[in-house]
Design a protein around this ligand. Structure first.
Ligand code: AMP
Ligand code: GLY
Length: 424
């Protein structure tokens, strides 16, 4: 039996908490800081995941056996190293990579160089700094439109700019490098070739030597229907991905997942936790758009309900290096997730509105994201408010159920995309 602490506060963490709380191996579950949904399946703790000393004190005081890190920030800040170095925490398991491994998400330039070293398919690219702006422009001139410019560091998911004209690309490059558009995160900018294809999110859990594939998902990133408007954290997800059949997924494992895990080992980078491969399917061949060192949101809300194996055993095996002994059973059902968001998101929006109808939304999983307060009458507290997930034998049935409940739950300014999964 284990006492488990999850760090994070979004829909992803509610889905993780929901799954972990069902495990016979979990005796007590804490979520820090959690949200109104996680309080339904565990105990919320008022502490910040970025305050490692406070996390340590809590873990020791409450005899936590395992910490599961939801978002990337604490990982990139080095919570894994902190736990590895503190004598009092030697027996505490932590699911999440150390800083060196988290660089796969924390630095796009590092990720691109890593892929080059290990011959992992990705868009052609070069990195530039303040001193090499002119070379950057020359490289842009050698590419065809559209142009992809990426801030090297973490920029809350906003650091990728796609420019349609060369003039716009020049101006954006200067803005990022010379005017610090994303602060220190854009001190280095990766310029890369635009890949034409269809995107998907592929997940694995690893102990650094062995890995197990988790279900894949298609994420809908743009706020508007037919993929229009600004990028968001994600407006919905579907799993499995109909265009990622066995042949494609075999290529993904052979060309991308295996070489990534072998590359980490070869470079002496220990890695425990999740790997999230943001891929482009280009004419049947997978290319890496980005690595993340965590699960996706809202992909987690779609894939977790499909996993039938005991999740705590998987997490424990990843942390202990015994993943080769584990299997992952996945339901063949389709999962569809639609995000209800606050009107105006991802721009300015109001919050503090009562969420109604939660008790009437039957037949779906309700994973709370930006919701605070208690139980079944919470208030909106963020841009992404609620993930509604339904499972059914067909995509159509799962969508029908999800959209039914998307109309039942309500709050002032509610918005959601009505075309999730309709392109598949
Ligand atoms: P990222 O933050 O790296 O996921 O990038 C944000 C979005 O930009 C991705 O989800 C893609 O839709 C798009 N994108 C990034 N890199 C490329 C590329 N090389 N070619 C085409 N689209 C891209
Ligand atoms: N849904 C994409 C992400 O979590 O980054």
């Amino acid at each position: 039996m284990m006492q488990i602490l999850i760090l994070g506060s979004g829909g992803r963490e509610h889905a993780l908490a929901w799954k972990i709380s069902q495990s016979p191996r979990c005796s007590r579950l804490f979520i820090a800081p959690g949200n109104a949904g996680t309080s339904l399946v565990g105990e919320n703790v008022d502490l910040s995941p970025g305050n490692f000393e406070a996390v340590e004190q809590f873990v020791l005081k409450h005899r936590v056996d395992m910490v599961v890190v939801g978002p990337e920030d604490p990982l990139v800040q080095g919570i894994g190293d902190y736990f590895a170095e503190r004598p009092a925490l030697q027996d505490v398991l932590l699911v999440g990579p150390r800083k060196a491994g988290a660089m796969l998400e924390g630095s796009k330039a590092f990720a691109k160089e890593f892929m080059r070293r290990h011959e992992i398919p990705t868009a052609a690219y070069r990195s530039f700094t303040r001193e090499t702006v002119e070379q950057g422009k020359a490289f842009l001139t050698s590419l065809a439109a559209p142009y992809v410019l990426k801030a090297d560091g973490l920029a809350a998911g906003k650091g990728v700019i796609i420019c349609l004209s060369l003039e716009e690309a020049f101006a954006t490059l200067e803005d990022m490098l010379l005017q610090d558009r994303f602060g220190q995160a854009s001190a280095t900018v990766v310029v890369e070739e635009f890949l034409h294809g269809i995107e998907l999110s592929v997940f694995a859990i690893t102990d650094g030597v062995s890995y197990r594939m988790l279900p894949s998902a298609k994420d809908y990133k743009r706020v508007g229907e037919k993929d229009t408007g600004p990028n968001t954290g994600g407006m919905g997800a579907v799993s499995p991905v109909p265009f990622a059949g066995k042949e494609f997924m075999d290529k993904v494992e052979k060309r991308i997942v295996n070489p990534t895990i072998e590359g980490l080992q070869m470079e002496g980078i220990p890695y425990c936790g999740f790997l999230f491969f943001g891929l482009m399917n280009v004419g049947g061949n997978p290319y890496v758009i980005e690595y993340n060192v965590r699960l996706g949101d809202p992909e987690t809300e779609a894939i977790i309900p499909r996993i039938q194996s005991d999740f705590v055993s998987l997490l424990e095996a990843a942390a202990k290096g015994t993943l080769h002994e584990q299997t992952v059973e996945v339901s063949s059902a389709f999962a569809t997730t639609v995000m209800l968001v606050s009107g105006g998101y991802p721009g300015e929006y109001e919050k503090g509105f009562m969420v109604t109808g939660l008790d009437k939304a039957e037949g779906s999983h309700l994973f709370f994201a930006g919701m605070k307060g208690d139980g079944m009458q919470p208030l909106t507290s963020g841009g992404r408010v609620l993930a509604i997930t339904s499972l059914a034998p067909t995509l159509e049935e799962a969508l029908r159920q999800t959209y039914h409940n998307a109309s039942v739950v309500d709050f002032r300014g509610k918005y959601y995309r009505r075309d999730i999964g309709k392109d598949l």
